[in-house]
Design a protein around this ligand. Structure first.
Ligand SMILES: [Zn+2]
Length: 466
């Protein structure tokens, strides 16, 4: 069975194939860099990473563009408050985003496009829209006239036929269900940062940046456009209206949207005190790959209920996977091959691939891996897993980790001070003296985990950093 994805545009599960050759031209809406991204955003980015990796697993080449929104209302306000230029302010959170993405093992898209580096192209696109009669000017700002695009609403499957022409919105935050003419070029207010353009001193609206940068790098019709479900309307609807008004061609063939993340079944919000960034979770002692596992484990079109029990369960699952890998790699086995064990590996791989081909059903895919681990552990205990079965098991694990990427532990960077090391060594000596060898072994393991190797010599304990 081929890969099938749920297309928001047609509301159907469709067999996926790129339009041209083997390369998937994909655009995903990136972060607005006014703050650290929260785990709701990271769920969307993790889904896109799983998508990338699965497309590659299936033999496709990727040409993936992600934008960085580095000019927008909140950015302008925050930068002004801190007395920073836009660039100074956004650079901090752009770098922070890349750091978080790296920790979460998100592959870097082939192109990262910053809005502020594409202003000229945006102005040109707005002028093209103006020449086609899709815009009007009011108070110095240029707006897109939704009434000029009769198909408006086709992505969110909403009927906007009754919209009031001329009702405008020029902020970057939008009402949930109120379609209004949206701003393409905002005229400068007060001492806001601005660009000089034939449209007047001002700056682009949020929507035009995605249309322009997507088409610049990927052509007029993309294979895949993806984002969080909250972007379906108005952002993606507006991207379609702009792009298709310019080219007269479909903007994207397949639209994919990932569902919301909730915290303990509640909306994540600062006021409820349940708002988390990746940094918060790492500070609480969770490894980034544990967060990655939890975010990836729920199929992207299902709501994800993020809980601390869930995080703990994710850590346990990763331990089981790593223990299994360790066992497969190190256990001494009798020579030969066991056919039943071989078939289990083939079957596990088949189920795993079928699950991910089915609109990236990560939950089913994980189910097939854990069932395989359970059965194989039994076979290992019973001695019915032989030397030549080892390679099959490693292939199953590789197929798993190519996509989920959690087997390798994150190198811990929190190093112990010399005093802390001496303290633990003294504790270990005391434990040994009291013949509490379990405790002394535990301390040795703890030190090793933090990169400290100890050696017992006649002159006492020597230690060094790995
Ligand atoms: Zn976008």
């Amino acid at each position: 069975m081929a890969l099938r994805l749920h297309n928001t545009l047609t509301q159907e599960l469709e067999e996926f194939r790129p339009a041209q050759g083997n390369t998937v031209r994909m655009y995903t809406c990136g972060p607005t860099v006014y703050n650290y991204v929260h785990i709701g955003n990271l769920r969307t980015f993790t889904f896109q990473d799983i998508l990338r990796r699965w497309l590659r697993y299936r033999g496709f080449t990727l040409n993936h563009v992600m934008n960085i929104t580095d000019v927008e209302d909140k950015i302008i306000a925050n930068a002004a408050k801190q007395g920073k230029t836009l660039k100074e302010y956004t650079e901090i959170y752009t770098q922070a985003f890349f750091e978080d993405a790296h920790k979460l093992r998100l592959e870097k898209p082939e192109h990262i496009a910053k809005a502020t580096e594409h202003i000229g192209e945006m102005v040109e696109a707005i002028e093209t829209l103006a020449a086609k009669g899709c815009t009007y000017v009011s108070d110095g700002s240029t707006y897109f006239r939704i009434a000029s695009f009769p198909e408006y609403g086709k992505l969110s499957h909403s009927d906007f036929s009754g919209i009031r022409s001329g009702a405008r919105v020029d902020v970057d935050e939008y009402d949930k269900d109120d379609a209004r003419d949206f701003v393409l070029w905002k005229s400068r207010k007060g001492d806001e940062p601005y660009w000089e353009a034939p449209l007047g001193h001002g700056r682009p609206g949020w929507h035009i940046e995605c249309s322009v940068m997507a088409m610049k790098y990927l052509g007029e019709t993309l294979d895949i456009h993806a984002g969080g479900v909250d972007l379906t309307f108005p952002h993606h609807e507006n991207e379609i209206a702009q792009s298709e008004s310019i080219t007269g061609k479909p903007f994207a063939r397949v639209w994919l949207h990932s569902e919301h993340l909730q915290i303990e079944w509640q909306k994540m919000s600062k006021s409820l005190g349940n708002f988390y960034t990746l940094r918060d979770l790492i500070d609480m002692g969770y490894q980034p790959e544990v967060v990655r596992y939890l975010l990836a484990s729920v199929p992207y079109r299902k709501k994800l209920n993020f809980t601390f029990d869930g995080l703990k369960a994710a850590a346990t699952s990763i331990d089981r996977l790593r223990n299994f890998e360790d066992r497969i790699k190190t256990k001494r086995l009798h020579p030969g091959v066991n056919e039943a064990a071989r078939q289990r590996a083939t079957e596990a791989l088949r189920r795993y691939e079928e699950s991910l081909d089915d609109d990236l059903n990560t939950a089913e895919a994980l189910g097939s891996i854990f069932e395989y681990i359970r059965e194989t552990n039994t076979a290992l205990d019973e001695g019915t897993f032989l030397e030549d079965n080892r390679g099959d098991a490693l292939r199953v694990l590789k197929a798993f980790d190519d996509v989920f990427d959690v087997l390798k532990p994150t190198q811990t960077t929190t190093t112990l001070s010399d005093a802390e090391v001496d303290q633990l060594i003294a504790e270990r000596a005391a434990a040994k003296k009291a013949r509490d060898f379990a405790r002394s072994d535990e301390i040795r393991a703890q030190l090793l985990q933090r990169g400290i190797v100890i050696e017992d010599t006649r002159e006492g304990v020597h230690w060094k950093r790995k």
